[in-house]
Design a protein around this ligand. Structure first.
Ligand code: ZN
Length: 374
């Protein structure tokens, strides 16, 4: 029992030392670590040696001396491990790899319509290998592959429920495992996006991630963890009723936010791409301006409704995020105008990873687990 406790204490100290250095944006010295963690210099020295020996930490120069030898500057070797994340949508496969510090190393989008069968999963496995080869990702350092989907993974039954998004009901997870020879993790795309945004959030306060793309959804994060309820339906902002008896929604109800703010309204429904829509909007297309104004109004009401209930920062993401930046002041002004309490809408932020948010978020599952094992 005593030896277990000693070993556990050592492990905890090692993890604290590593996390202190990981949390620092710049390299630190042994003395910094000892002072800030209230650990003895020999204890810190021992842990640093172990972490340097395995290559997880590296020497990154020296600090100026205040007398005697110059202290060594120690930092994290962010290339020690990698993780890959994918987001599958009806038409595309988005892919990205991140390092230990959640830096996005490489990304790609491939046009490939989703299909719930063996051929699609086999080809997906080949696409992953090709992506890893092209970007020279060392498989020995690859922690795993995460897949974000517009559905709800049911790990007990081994399926993903995609019933609201595509014609078929369930994707068999065993089919993915058959062709992807790495540790695999599946996550709802909006929840994965929330995880990525939390990672970059310096505040410890709860946060909402609102994902606007063909499907509209999101996540509520408390202490960095999804606020999940009995049916994993928290954060289903897309099906909040914005207009009673309004436009029909894919869920079968009427007036949902998704019926008004889905990006399908400005692409699929018009037979053009999102890029073409925004180019025409900028060029002064009156019809598109009316549609866009209506979308912004409904989005503003959604943001306001979420904020009035949860009173926290809201991060706007999803594929709309790559187009909406020039319209953020307008959106904030609309939110401000309808708010019961005075606000300039500054609680509304913009996704850091843009359209890659879900890929990064689902990859971070592996990075997070790895950091826990140190
Ligand atoms: Zn709905």
């Amino acid at each position: 029992m005593v030896s277990y406790n000693t070993a556990e204490l050592r492990r905890q100290n090692r993890n604290r030392v590593f996390r202190y250095i990981y949390s620092s944006e710049t390299p630190v010295s042994k003395q910094d670590v000892a002072q800030n963690l209230s650990l003895s210099l020999p204890t810190v020295g021992q842990n640093l040696r172990e972490l340097l020996d395995i290559g997880l930490l590296e020497l990154q120069g020296t600090f100026d001396s205040t007398g005697g030898r110059k202290p060594k500057a120690i930092g994290v070797n962010s290339q020690f491990k990698f993780a890959m994340g994918l987001m599958l949508s009806n038409r595309h496969i988005h892919m990205a790899c991140v390092d230990l510090r959640a830096h996005q190393l490489c990304d790609a989008t491939i046009t490939k319509p989703f299909s719930n069968d063996d051929t699609y999963c086999r080809e997906l496995g080949e696409i992953i290998e090709q992506f890893l080869n092209e970007n020279e990702i060392d498989r020995e350092k690859l922690l795993g592959v995460g897949i974000a989907l517009p559905g709800i993974p049911d790990l007990e039954r081994g399926v993903v429920d995609l019933s609201r998004v595509v014609d078929f009901q369930e994707l068999d997870i065993a089919l993915l495992k058959k062709y992807i020879p790495y540790p695999l993790f599946l996550e709802n795309d909006a929840n994965a996006g929330g995880v990525a945004e939390w990672w970059n959030n310096s505040s410890a306060s709860p946060m909402v991630y609102l994902s606007v793309q063909k499907g509209v959804g999101g996540a509520v994060l408390v202490n960095g963890v999804d606020y999940l309820t009995h049916h994993s339906h928290s954060g289903e902002f897309g099906h909040m009723c914005i207009v009673p008896n309004g436009l029909p929604c894919r869920c079968g109800k009427k007036g949902c936010l998704e019926a008004y703010c889905s990006t399908a309204r400005l692409s699929d429904n018009l037979g053009i791409t999102r890029e073409e829509f925004f180019a025409a909007l900028e060029a002064g297309n009156k019809e598109y301006q009316l549609l866009w104004n209506e979308m912004l109004d409904h989005l503003a009401y959604a943001v306001y409704n979420i904020h009035i209930v949860l009173d926290c920062d809201i991060i706007l993401g999803g594929v709309l995020a790559q187009f909406i930046e020039p319209y953020m002041p307008d959106l904030r002004a609309r939110v401000s105008m309808i708010s019961s309490f005075p606000t300039d809408g500054s609680y509304l932020h913009f996704s850091k990873y843009r359209k890659w948010t879900s890929c990064v978020g689902v990859a971070l599952h592996f990075i997070s687990d790895f950091l826990d094992t140190i």
